[in-house]
Design a protein around this ligand. Structure first.
Ligand code: HEC
Length: 172
């Protein structure tokens, strides 16, 4: 009995340490270990990018570049480098976990001080963002890790066979 309790305690402590380490180190190791329909995932099951030496990007990074441009660029600036109004997401993602980033996109964020009132809108009801959440995140992760340069990716992997259907189903 006592040994079991001690073990549980140690395991619980170990988990807390691991969780806070993950938080202070952004999303952790981005190496892809699996893929489904063109989306790559890291060892924790979070969306990640795959970029070849020739600069060819995975489909999700490519779509994310476009959807970032359509929905986020006006505040967060070209190539996610920030503006006078909103922070650089290249910098922010270095310390934010996947869940923190997705949570902010879905729920929004507001920082009010005497000097400023910064508002990150909540996109949870906006299908133009929600239907492209993984691509947008994948693109930002690649930018933040320095794996993807500025400007439009020069080449990308083929469009996944079910891509149009997946997007159509989401917009229904
Ligand atoms: C209307 C302007 C605006 C738009 C559009 C916008 N944001 Fe933001 N965003 C902000 C502001 C301002 C902040 C800082 C809020 C704060 O500090 O409380 C922010 C914060 C964030 C953060 C948290 C950064 C941090 O360091 O905590 C993330 C992640 C983010 N935005 C992602 C996005 C993504 C992805 C999109 C596009 C889908 C987007 N934003 C569109 C204005 C915007």
């Amino acid at each position: 009995m006592k040994i079991t309790a001690l073990l549980r305690c140690l395991l619980a402590g170990g988990f807390v340490v691991a969780a806070s380490a993950a938080r202070s180190d952004g999303a952790g190791d981005p190496a892809p270990v699996s893929s489904t329909d063109g989306q790559y995932f890291d060892k924790d099951g979070n969306p990640t990018y795959k970029i070849g030496k020739d600069g060819k990007v995975d489909w999700y990074t490519f779509i994310g570049y476009r959807m970032y441009g359509a929905n986020c660029l006006q505040c967060h600036g070209p190539d996610a480098l920030g503006s006078s109004y909103a922070p650089s997401l290249v910098d922010s993602l270095k310390s934010l976990s996947t869940q923190q980033v997705l949570g902010t996109i879905i729920g929004g964020k507001r920082d009010v001080t005497a000097a400023q009132d910064l508002v990150m809108p909540s996109f949870g009801e906006n299908k133009n963002v929600m239907c492209y959440l993984n691509p947008i995140y994948t693109y930002l992760r690649a930018r933040s890790d320095g794996a993807l340069g500025r400007e439009r990716p020069s080449d990308h992997e083929a469009k996944p066979v079910d891509w149009e259907k997946t997007v159509d189903d989401c917009f229904k």
